[in-house]
Design a protein around this ligand. Structure first.
Ligand code: SAH
Length: 207
């Protein structure tokens, strides 16, 4: 997976490649998909949610440019896989999941794997997690109509925010750096994520 899907397609950050080599992705998929865990695709988690394609995890993680000392917020814990990758690369990870059953399952998995530097909770992460702020990196793994203002507030000066922005059906990855309180924006690849729900996301239509 790392050589064929990530390095071959331009992922260069050695720390990201090493982290993805290390985290056992098959433990994060639903058991019936474990055999496909290292394939080049997103996989269902149940509840209509998905664990992102490995390449997308790598692209988003690389855009955060983590060096090791950061406190990072993830919005959209899902399976917990991305949180585990972040935990290999940063000092502390705060991760928020909207659906309590997914949050609970991910927490059990991450605790079981011994990730002591991850805090998780079930809540609306479109409002961030103020108690942990400021974050040097914020990663949103669900698609938003626009950048939720609380996330800009909770991002540290010089910190990086990565978020898929666009419609419910298709988005572009935004990487923004906070400079003098404002976001300096850079758009990257097109992508398709499940919608960010909650106060600063899309209305919850029950999907
Ligand atoms: N990062 C995950 C995949 C995320 S899929 C992984 O590695 O497996 C997107 C997740 O975002 C879904 O689990 C969805 O329930 C969650 N989500 C949607 N809106 C949210 C919100 N407002 N706050 C927190 N999580 C949200």
């Amino acid at each position: 997976m790392v050589a064929g899907q990530l390095a071959a397609r331009g992922i260069k950050d050695e720390r990201v490649l090493a982290a993805m080599e290390k985290v056992p992705r098959h433990l994060f998929t639903a058991p019936e998909y474990a055999e496909m865990a290292y394939d080049d695709m997103a996989l269902p988690l149940g509840d209509g949610q998905t664990i992102s394609q490995p390449y997308m995890v790598a692209v988003m993680t690389e855009l955060l440019a983590l060096r090791g000392g950061e406190k990072v917020l993830e919005v959209g814990t899902g399976s917990g896989y991305q949180a585990a990758v972040l935990a290999e690369l940063a000092a502390e990870v705060y991760t928020v999941e909207y659906r309590p059953e997914l949050a609970e399952r991910a927490k059990r998995k991450l605790d079981g794997l011994g990730y002591g530097n991850i805090r998780s909770m079930a809540a609306d992460g479109s409002a961030g997690w103020p108690e942990g702020a400021p974050y040097q990196g914020i990663l949103v793994t669900a698609a938003a109509p626009d950048v939720p203002p609380p996330l800009i507030e909770q991002l540290d000066e010089g910190g990086r925010l990565v978020i898929p922005l666009g419609s419910r059906g298709s988005q572009r990855l935004l990487m923004a750096v906070k400079r003098q309180g404002r976001l300096v924006k850079e758009y990257h690849t097109f992508c398709v994520f499940v919608p960010l729900l909650g106060q600063y996301g899309w209305p919850d239509s029950g999907e």
